[in-house]
Structure formats: C-alpha cells, structure tokens
Design a protein around this ligand. Structure first.
Ligand code: NAD
Ligand code: IPM
Ligand code: MN
Length: 354
C-alpha cells in the first residue's frame, strides 16, 4: 500500500512524541511492505512565529492533499496567560478540524492490564473497562458566535440537527460492532441544544433496535465514569462535554500520555493524542510517546484498513509494558526505577519489540 502522511508536530511536547509515531509508521512500512511518504507542516505557536497565522494556508492545502495526518499538540504558556491575545495557537487546531470537516472524534479508553496500578483509581474498579467516546468535533460552543465588550462576554452554544444526526449514526454503527450499548451524554434538563441532541439521538436510536440506548446527564456521567467505568461501552456526546469527560477518562487508562484519538469526517483522517503541549514537561525528554504511537495504530486501522499492522503496534506496547518499562507518568510504587524511561528510550523500546 502507498500512502502520503502529513506530520504536524506543533508545539511543546508535540515534536517529541510525533517523532516516535512517525518512526513506528516507517518501521511498519518496512515490515509489511507499505510505502509511506512523509511531509511536514506548521501549526500553532510555531506557525504564528513563522507566518503570523496559527494555520497557514499551505498547511491546510497539504492536509487536504494527504492520505492521513499525524498531529502532535499546539499551545504555548504565553497565550494561556494572556486572555487578550486575538491570535492563538489553538485556533490552528480548531481551524483544521473545521477545514477538513472532522466532525467525529473517536477517543478509545483502552486499558492495558499492566497499568492497572498506574491509575489513581482502584484496580478492581478499572479492570475490564473498554469505552469508545464519540465526541462531536466541529459544532457546539466551540464554533458559535463569540461576542465581547468590556464587561460582558458570550459564546453561542449551537447545534444543527444534521450535526447531531451524522455523529449519532457513526456512534451507533460502532456500537453495533462492539458491546451494543450506547450512552448519549447531554444536559437536556437545562440546555436547549441538549434537548435537540436528545431528540435527534432518540430518532436515530429507532434505526438501531439491536443497540441498547441510555441517556445520561453530563454531571451524572462525570461521576459514573469514576464510580463504575465498566458500565459504559460507546459514549456519544457533544464537543465541550466530550473534551472534559475524556481528560477525566484518561485516568482510567493511567495517564493523558496513553490516550490516542482519531478525528474523522468525510475526507482525510486526523490522528492525535488527546493531550496538549504540556509546557510543564516540554523539552525534558519526559513525555510519554505511547499516545502518539497509538494514534498511528488508529490511523492504520481506520484510514487504511490495516488491522493486522495496527494490532502489531498494540502488541509491541503491551510487551514493552509487560517487560516493566514505563515513562514517569505511568510508573507506580512497584516500578523498577531502572525501567523508568524518557521519551526517546521508550520510543526505542517499542520499535525494538515491533
Ligand atoms: P496538557 O494535556 O498539555 O497537560 C496536562 C497534564 O498532563 C500536564 O501535567 C502534562 O504534563 C501531562 N501530560 C500531557 N501529555 C503527557 C504525556 N504525553 N506524557 C506525560 N504527561 C503528559 O494540558 P494543559 O496543561 O491544560 O494545556 C497545555 C497547553 O496545551 C495549553 O496551551 C492548551 O491550550 C494546549 N492543549 C492542546 C491540545 C491539543 O493540541 N490537542 C490539547 C489540550 C491542551
Ligand atoms: C483537545 C484540546 C482542544 C479542544 C483545544 C486545544 C482546542 O483540548 O484536543 O482536546 O478543546 O478540543
Ligand atoms: Mn482537551
């Protein structure tokens, strides 16, 4: 198979982790006889510094012309602490999601048994958890009109019927191939957007009588996720709720550094860890590269239909963890100190076992 991949490393730990995602892809190409070609493009703070724009036209053009995109992270402390900045790194990410029509963000909460003790939650609560989040990605309060005067600010929370319907269909199709349970999370007791959301999901549910549907309020869902995560199979939710719930759910998998995601729509797929540019550890060889490597596994499976190749990546990670190797974020009190690795050594270990 011949595929062209655009690598957008972005800011902070972005380049540190995508280096290993890309290296794994190259190795898969060699082992299985696929030809992966690569190009690079700017986004975020690095793009603002170089061009004045967080999403240069060239980046979007290259993205549209590629077969898949491997993304790192964007963000810079300078903007986090400056609410008045009009041009911001995160606009690049939001712009490419909208520009490529990436309306569905799949965030699997996959738990490696070796990491049961890495979580802040009790192992017996976690064991057996396997959740697939469908986070809507191009609507909601993220993209509604923003207004600001000296003492007032507003962000319009808005959903259109078709936006809810298309992601609901994707989530139901996935649920059908998994545990056949779908939990739609909203705030329909308060928000009009959520009442539309619930109405549309109820309609779509009728087309999937084989899937058991539950509707849950987001505040309750946030609690249930840590009380009994095993109760969830597919979770379908809006952009903002999905953003927040999946950072929470990363603690089921042990760390933010373990969660990969696939952003898909009708065109090129975009594969990214759920974490950000992590200023606190950037440039220190501390970032966990496994989320980026797992994003590559999602790319192979979802965009290219290469399930065997994707499985070989998960197996290599499994072996790395079984051998006791950990980055700092997934180490626990039982970890052999000599097996706590930096980003580079962890990336190399996975390659060695691939
Ligand atoms: P963050 O995800 O960058 O970091 C949160 C915490 O998780 C930090 O303690 C960090 O050290 C840790 N962490 C994250 N990734 C890790 C990894 N791979 N290995 C080990 N530890 C890891 O979130 P934040 O601190 O709220 O945001 C930092 C910046 O990133 C902000 O500018 C924010 O806007 C941006 N951001 C970008 C994205 C993205 O590009 N997709 C996502 C979230 C946040
Ligand atoms: C994520 C991030 C982004 C989001 C930000 C950086 C725009 O938190 O990918 O989860 O909120 O979607
Ligand atoms: Mn987020």
């Amino acid at each position: 198979m011949k595929k062209h991949i655009l690598v957008i490393s972005g800011d902070g730990i972005g380049a540190e982790v995508t280096t290993w995602g890309k290296a794994v892809l190259e190795q898969i190409g060699k082992t299985y006889g696929h030809e992966f070609t690569f190009d690079e493009a700017l986004m975020g703070h690095e793009a603002i510094e170089a061009t004045g724009s967080p999403l240069p036209d060239e980046t979007l053009e290259k993205a549209k012309a590629s077969d898949a995109i491997l993304f790192g992270a964007v963000g810079h402390a300078k903007y986090d602490n400056d609410p008045s900045a009009k041009v911001r790194p995160e606009q690049g990410l939001l712009g490419i999601r909208k520009g490529l029509g990436l309306y569905a963000n799949l965030r699997p909460i996959m738990l490696f048994d070796e990491l049961l003790n890495a979580s802040s939650l009790k192992p017996e609560i976690l064991k057996g958890t396997n959740i697939l989040f469908f986070r809507e990605l191009t609507g909601d309060v993220y993209f509604g009109e923003k207004k600001r005067s000296a003492d007032t600010a507003s962000d319009l929370m808005i959903y259109h019927r078709y936006e809810v319907e298309r992601i609901a269909i994707k989530a139901y199709e996935a649920a059908r191939l998994r545990g056949k349970r779908l939990c739609s999370v909203d705030k329909a007791n308060v928000l009009e957007t959520s009442r539309l959301w619930r109405e549309v999901v109820q309609e779509v549910a009728k087309r999937y009588p084989d899937v058991e549907t539950e509707h849950m309020f987001v505040d309750n869902a946030a609690m249930q996720l840590v009380k009994n995560p095993k109760k969830f199979d597919v979770v379908l939710t809006a952009n903002l709720f999905g953003d927040i719930l999946t950072d929470e759910a990363s603690q089921i998998a042990g760390s933010m550094g373990m969660l990969a995601s696939a952003s898909i729509g009708d065109g090129t797929g975009f594969f990214e860890p759920i974490h950000g540019s992590a200023h606190d550890i950037a440039g220190q060889d501390k970032a966990n590269p496994l989320a980026s490597i797992l994003s590559v596994a999602l790319m192979l499976e979802i965009s290219f239909g290469l399930s065997e190749e994707a499985k070989s990546i998960k197996d290599a990670i499994d072996k790395t963890l079984k051998e006791g190797y950990r980055t700092g974020d997934i180490a626990d009190s039982n970890t052999d100190k000599s097996k706590i690795l930096g980003t580079t050594a962890m990336g190399k270990k996975v390659l060695e076992y691939l």
